[in-house]
Design a protein around this ligand. Structure first.
Ligand code: SAH
Ligand code: SF4
Length: 334
């Protein structure tokens, strides 16, 4: 345990080596508790009690890709698909802005129906509401990202999923780790606040590769790090794989907080789906963001990236209810 205390102190001055990250990710018992407390303290020093709420709108569950872990993969023939009309997306964003959300996140599968110019039109409309716009619509050409940036999009979330190129290749047959990183570099060059992040507990993933995930996010200088456990979905080839551990996810979160003090770290829906109280635990080990899902239920039930996702938010995406709830945890929602 003294090792963890010494490491945490040194990290602030010099940053961790890969070996040190690996040993922190292996922490158990009191050493892990100390790691979580250190990350929580640093989060409090940097952000105070503030939790940023971002309203999530899942506007299409069509996807041209076939990622092995994801319930929206094109090979999942039993999923009923939906697309929200652009006016409906804008109307939802308007309601979110009216309720107090300052950021709207527009997420979908990679759905070619929404051409970059159609999406740019939606972004322009939503920007008129005076909110920040974050996009999470996968890999596009550089010129398309540029168009969306010109339309006013502020942020872009493109998780790198895993920094192990061969694991990546096995899980995402439509792209490559190299292409994913190239997209992330483009997004940064274009001035997006860029978010990456791994899934934790993917079949075949090692602790050393999780250390590489953290080092990659440090090298990229990400503004956001979306970190959540892998949750197996029954209609995918990984249906019978073991789920990712919430404890290990918390350690990845905590070490990421220590390595990237200023980065926004969401308490992801996946960590809430994997364990009761998972999001609250994440908020106590470095996380400072929550993304309430404001997608109407009839769509949300079909946006099944992993099972149980649509049921995670008992506050049903309500800004006021989240505000109240976070107050009980000693935090202030903005
Ligand atoms: N199509 C876009 C955005 C939607 S998917 C994209 O892929 O970037 C958003 C995120 O959901 C993915 O980045 C992935 O990290 C996560 N995800 C997908 N399937 C999952 C699963 N079975 N368990 C946990 N997270 C999953
Ligand atoms: Fe499509 Fe994203 Fe799911 Fe992959 S993770 S299948 S790109 S929605």
């Amino acid at each position: 345990m003294r090792d963890v205390a010494a490491l945490v102190k040194r990290a602030a001055a010099e940053g961790f080596t890969r070996g040190e990250i690996v040993s922190l990710l292996r922490a158990e018992g009191e050493a892990a508790a100390l790691l979580f407390a250190s990350a929580d303290r640093l989060r409090a020093e940097v952000f105070g009690p503030v939790v940023h709420l971002r309203a999530l709108i899942e506007f299409s569950n069509y996807c041209r890709n076939n990622c092995l872990y994801c319930g929206l993969r094109r090979g999942n023939r039993i999923l009923r698909r939906y697309r929200m009309p652009p006016e409906e997306i804008v109307a939802l964003a308007r309601r979110a802005a009216g309720h107090g959300f300052r950021t709207v996140v527009l997420q979908a599968g990679e759905d070619p129906y929404y051409t970059p110019s159609l999406l740019a039109g939606v972004v322009r409309e939503v920007k008129r509401l005076g909110v920040q716009v974050a996009l999470s619509v996968g890999e596009l050409a550089r010129a398309d990202y540029a168009l969306l940036r010109e339309a006013g999009a502020d942020r872009y979330l493109l998780r790198h999923e895993t920094a192990d190129p061969s694991l990546f290749a096995g899980l995402k047959p439509d792209t490559s780790f190299k292409r994913r990183c190239r997209c992330l570099r483009w997004l940064k060059e274009l001035g997006f606040e860029t978010g990456a992040g791994p899934m934790v507990g993917l079949p075949g993933q090692t602790i050393a590769s999780l250390a590489d995930d953290i080092l990659l996010m440090r090298d990229l200088g990400v503004a956001m790090a979306g970190i959540g456990p892998f949750v197996p979905h029954p209609s995918t080839p990984l249906a019978t794989a073991a789920p990712g551990s919430v404890f290990l996810t918390m350690k990845v979160l905590a070490v990421t907080r220590l390595c990237l003090p200023l980065t926004n770290l969401p308490a992801t829906t996946a960590v809430g789906a994997a364990a009761a109280g998972g999001r609250e635990a994440a908020l106590r080990c470095g996380a400072n963001v929550v993304m309430p899902d404001i997608t109407p239920l009839r769509y949300r039930q079909l946006y099944e990236i992993y099972p149980g996702k649509w049921r995670v938010d008992p506050r049903e995406g309500s800004f006021a209810r989240w505000q109240e709830y976070l107050k009980l945890l000693g935090r202030t929602a903005v």
